[in-house]
Design a protein around this ligand. Sequence first.
Ligand SMILES: Cc1cc2nc3c(=O)[nH]c(=O)nc-3n(C[C@H](O)[C@H](O)[C@H](O)COP(=O)(O)OP(=O)(O)OC[C@H]3O[C@@H](n4cnc5c(N)ncnc54)[C@H](O)[C@@H]3O)c2cc1C
Length: 399
Amino acid sequence: MKKHFLIIGAGFSGAVMARQLVDALDCHVEVWDERDHVAGNCHTERDTETGVMVHKYGPHIFNTDNERVWEYVNRFGEFRPWVNRVKANTARGMFSMPINLLTINQFFGKSMGPDEARTFVASLGDASIKEPQNFEEQALKMIGRELYEAFFKGYTIKQWGVDPKELPASVLKRLPIRFNYDDNYYSKKYQGIPGEGYTGVIRKILDHPRISVSLGRRFAPSTLDDLSGGYHHIFYTGPIDAFFNHSEGRLGYRTVTFERVETDAEDYQGNAVINYPDESVRWTRIHEHKHFTPWESHKKTIAFREYSKETEEQDVPYYPKRLASDKQILMRYRQRAEDLFRESSEAPNRPRVTFLGRLATYRYMDMEAVIGEALELSDRFLKAAESKSAVPIFPNQEK
Ligand SMILES: Cc1cc2nc3c(=O)[nH]c(=O)nc-3n(C[C@H](O)[C@H](O)[C@H](O)COP(=O)(O)OP(=O)(O)OC[C@H]3O[C@@H](n4cnc5c(N)ncnc54)[C@H](O)[C@@H]3O)c2cc1C
């Protein structure tokens, strides 16, 4: 009998897993997503008024050093070179980000070279802090108060909703400054944005005669025993706490909301992303989406102010907070997933469930990470299925 798989979620995780299965096996794969579109949080769609390709859940820039991932995505779309050059709008004016030699020279009204600037920034650090106890102390020790307050303090408070004194020093591991004029936000070998948007790429990944996609279809985990599809295995990419009906508690996430900027300008801010690190400005950044596709031309523009907030029940979970209390809850859910898997192995008609993707493993993961992990997990799953050995329940170990 042909194997029949069910995948919950049509984001990159679910789509890549579906494609790997049909490419390797003579099987059928159903993909369900409760939204009315594929691509999960990477979804892009053309704004009807301006014609601009909008990143509906926030700006997404593809960046990777992973050759396999880069080759994989290029099978399904044309990635056009694109470099993120962020600016910061501060009380002292507009600066280049991440903090680089231009930022330092303009901020302090100097024209230093790399070595001089390195010595200068070191002299700004608070030497009285020997063992930094939190994020703020670490920043003050590394870069001093002026740079910390202009670029980090307010942004961190707005982004994470906590005082930087409450965050661990380890959050700021390396000196967040470049002593050259490199203003490329990422440092990966391959960077780009797909010409037809991420949704175009994911549609192509899913475009296979043995993959069927059902949109607007929610999977209720309580129905696991009553599913009538005769599925051999389920891959679940939704939130792990929702899978278990939040019975061990809710995992903490920050979320973001967007407010459209009212403007008649052809070009509102002259750049894709401008950060607002000042605490007095309520939004964290403004993104203007026509700048993500400089190869297109549009008479009108569309831009959004982005606000960060705690996630409430009805919100889309975005950034996992991973506080110590969250990790304890996560471990309990992972144990439940393992117990469920064992019970399912003993019940011949109940499909076993593998958890993957950013929500099911409760980690912040870039697109390259979820694609890479789905590729590796599918390799392991296929190998285990062939040798009839234990298939993986999760793609990762949790520390
Ligand atoms: C604001 C923001 C900006 C980002 N920018 C970048 C960037 O610049 N570069 C980058 O590489 N990455 C970026 N990312 C990360 C990127 O969004 C993720 O890597 C990617 O979306 C993860 O894919 P996924 O398939 O694991 O999850 P998702 O995209 O969240 O897909 C999960 C899908 O499962 C569906 N689902 C969940 N539960 C159910 C259910 N019970 N029934 C049916 N369907 C269900 C959901 O509707 C969703 O479509 C950003 C993330 C955020 C939050």
